[in-house]
Ligand binder design. Structure first.
Ligand SMILES: [Zn+2]
Length: 291
């Protein structure tokens, strides 16, 4: 995504991966062949690969430069992290080079905001230094959902269920908390006059909808409230990773209604060009990709 303006802000993306390795039936158990074929005209080739029935799911971070602060939303999978799943395991992505290419050094990040604490949204929170995980962004305040933190802390401590989030909780969350850089938020919270978070539970217990506003222009960073643009058409489809089905559907609908009222949708995992406007028509929603 080339940088775009939103009021006084500049929005850009730092992509980690763009891969079609997620089987549609696994991600969306409700998706039938007929329902998928009805969407081929816009899904092919950037969002879906019909031969393998695979969804294209990008993993990326968003950068927001307000002129006063530099904000990073979601931090992908990260490098050198041991994970049980091959596509996440011990990766060496050129993400850091891409952050530099976007004109930002790690020490210049003022806020790191994680929409939720899943493995593909927290990875660059830390980096390996002399065998230890240390915060990648030493001058940042890391904004985490208190509900998610407490939920995954309890899971992580449970010898039957831990380690939580494939190990990401231990190597990408706890080192930030131990360094004193975490700001836990609960409930709707205004971080400054243009930046706020609201609870959007369902995908995880503490998922946050991140809202920006500048000179009347609005954007919503939705994390995994929506995984794929298919869910704009089918907001009742939860992904396999949604923890609470009814809450996930309610949060998705609320996010789409907010965008239909004028906010630009900034989804982490949609195929290019990611950002879209949402049109509401006869009770249905339609994505209008914004380039
Ligand atoms: Zn995700």
């Amino acid at each position: 995504m080339s940088p775009r303006r939103l009021g006084d802000f500049a929005l850009s993306s730092v992509v980690e991966t763009e891969r079609a390795l997620f089987d549609t039936a696994m991600v969306f158990p409700h998706a039938t062949d007929d329902a998928l074929k009805a969407q081929y005209d816009w899904m092919l080739p950037l969002h879906f690969v019909p031969d393998t029935r695979s969804l294209v799911l990008i993993i990326q971070s968003f950068l927001i430069r307000t002129g006063r602060t530099t904000i990073l939303v979601d931090t992908c999978i990260g490098n050198h992290k041991p994970r049980a799943r091959a596509h996440n395991n011990m990766q060496q992505f050129p993400w850091m080079a891409r952050l530099h290419a976007a004109g930002v050094k790690p020490e210049e990040i003022d806020y790191v905001m994680c929409t939720h604490l899943h493995v593909d949204h927290v990875g660059w929170n830390t980096r390996l230094e002399n065998g230890r995980w240390v915060p990648t962004f030493p001058n940042a305040r890391y904004v985490f959902s208190k509900e998610d933190y407490e939920h995954y802390l309890a899971l992580d401590r449970d010898p039957e269920k831990g380690p939580a989030t494939l190990g990401a909780f231990r190597d990408s969350i706890l080192p930030v908390v131990e360094a004193g850089l975490a700001q836990m938020v609960t409930g709707a919270t205004a971080l400054d006059e243009s930046l706020s978070v609201e609870p959007a539970p369902g995908h995880t217990p503490g998922t946050l909808a991140i809202k920006f506003e500048s000179r009347g222009e609005k954007a919503l960073f939705c994390g995994d409230i929506l995984h794929h643009a298919l869910q704009v058409y089918r907001p009742e489809w939860n992904s396999f990773a949604c923890a609470h089905a009814a809450n996930a559907r309610a949060s998705r609908r609320k996010a789409l209604e907010h965008c239909a009222a004028g906010a630009l949708l900034m989804p982490v995992h949609f195929g290019a060009p990611f950002a879209c406007r949402i049109e509401s028509k006869g009770g249905a929603f339609l994505p209008r990709f914004a380039g």
